[in-house]
Design a protein around this ligand. Structure first.
Ligand code: PLP
Length: 395
């Protein structure tokens, strides 16, 4: 195959060399079960301990024992929502989340609704921002949990997490945030931001797939999601995936170490990409917040054409992008995120997410822009939606 450019880093990243090196010995040299009492087990346990320390340090948790490993970010989100709600139901049955959360939060809330919990889904403005005033408006004595994602995975909008957490605490409510897309892009300090519970995942930050973590401040009660042995201080059954956990620890250490350098680079790449695209392709819209956003995600709507067609033609050129999450699952429903932002169905269906990784080059961008221009021109020239020359070049 010829050239390939991967612009789907918000879906997953490759495992970096440093991370892989950290993981490799855990597959054979140090293969013990970290729960075992003998030396093989103790060696594995010390690797798990080190990873836990690294994660705690990366997010400035007060204690390493506030980090619990899970099988994914989705599991950590399920656990946070269901576990915190169920453990605190004697205090009330009302939960507030935003309408643009990851499906693992939204679907967990739907399950809780079946159990008698009441869920409020906060709307967002056109840029994807949740308003503090609206949050305040919905807080009531029965509210026990608020969960708002730090960074949205489709449009990259950053929320005012510190203010939301402060408001939650002023009202005696637990605050959780899904920080999967925030780690490595923003400084996440759980003590400074007053976060009670926070979801993380390794494979969005150059770590392995199938491992996540929940930060849970000591003293916060949670019900177990996975019953089993006494792993993770009795809170999450299942033999710990030592290689994955070791990789996660290394990945988050690197993500925090290189945060500034990576963000500067990504900002330059983003600006370069947007300038070129906006110069060469008419009738496009940038979805998300113009300033309060992470650098690695650019979500664009292309008038008069379908995102899926763009995705498939770019794929033929070796370029990997994604459409709204819902579309990739085979349904025609536009993304719930763009819908909540008030983007029309047509523009939502014409949206593409470009998510840049840390090894992207300017020459990659040149290649992508060249192919994108011709793909969009081609699709618009055959689009039944093309009326009065709208979207055609030179008209
Ligand atoms: C990827 C992602 C998740 C899910 O993490 P997995 O480890 O893939 O289950 C949750 N929230 C956000 C915002 C994500 O981007």
């Amino acid at each position: 195959m010829e050239r390939r450019v991967y612009l789907d880093n918000a879906a997953t990243t490759y495992v970096s060399g440093e991370v892989l090196n950290e993981m490799l010995p855990c597959f054979n040299a140090v293969f013990g079960n970290s729960s075992s009492l003998h030396s093989f087990g103790r060696e594995a346990q010390s690797i798990v301990d080190r990873a836990r320390d690294r994660i705690a340090k990366a997010i400035n948790a007060e204690k390493s024992n506030e980090i619990y490993f899970t099988g994914s970010g989705s599991e950590a989100n399920n656990w946070a929502i269901k576990g915190l709600a169920r453990a605190n139901k004697s205090k009330g049955n009302h939960i507030i989340v935003s309408a643009i959360e990851h499906d693992s939060i939204i679907e967990s809330c739907k399950e809780l609704e079946q159990e008698g919990f009441e869920i409020t889904y906060l709307s967002v403005d056109q840029t994807g921002i949740v308003s503090l005033a609206e949050l305040l408006h919905y807080i009531k004595p029965e509210t026990i949990l608020i969960s708002v994602m730090s960074v949205n995975n489709e449009v990259g909008t950053i929320q005012n997490i510190k203010a939301f957490a402060k408001t939650a605490h002023e009202n005696g409510i637990i605050f959780h945030t899904d920080a999967v897309q925030a780690i490595g892009a923003l400084k996440m300090d759980v003590q400074d931001m007053e976060i009670d519970a926070m979801t993380m995942s390794a494979h969005k930050i150059y770590g392995p797939k199938g491992v996540g973590a929940l930060y849970l401040k000591n003293g916060i009660r949670i019900e177990n999601l996975i019953s089993g042995g006494n792993q993770e201080r009795g809170k999450r059954g299942g033999t710990v995936n030592v290689p994955a956990v070791a990789g996660f620890g290394k990945a988050i250490e690197i993500a925090v170490r290189d945060l500034t350098v990576n963000q500067q680079k990504l900002k330059a790449i983003r600006t370069y990409f947007l300038e070129k695209v906006q110069e060469k392709i008419p009738y496009i819209y940038l979805n998300g917040h113009p300033q309060q956003k992470i650098q690695s995600i650019v979500n664009l709507s292309f008038e008069l054409i379908e995102g899926e067609s763009i995705l498939m033609l770019l794929d033929l050129e070796g370029i990997a992008v994604s459409t709204g999450s819902a579309c990739t699952s085979g349904s025609l429903e536009p993304s719930h995120v763009l819908k909540a932002m008030g983007i029309s169905n047509e523009l939502a269906q014409g949206s593409i997410r470009f998510s840049f990784g840390k090894s992207i080059t300017k020459s990659d961008i040149d290649y992508v822009v060249e192919k994108l221009v011709s793909v969009v021109e081609k699709l618009r020239s055959i689009s039944p939606l093309t009326k009065a020359g709208r979207g055609k070049k030179g008209e």
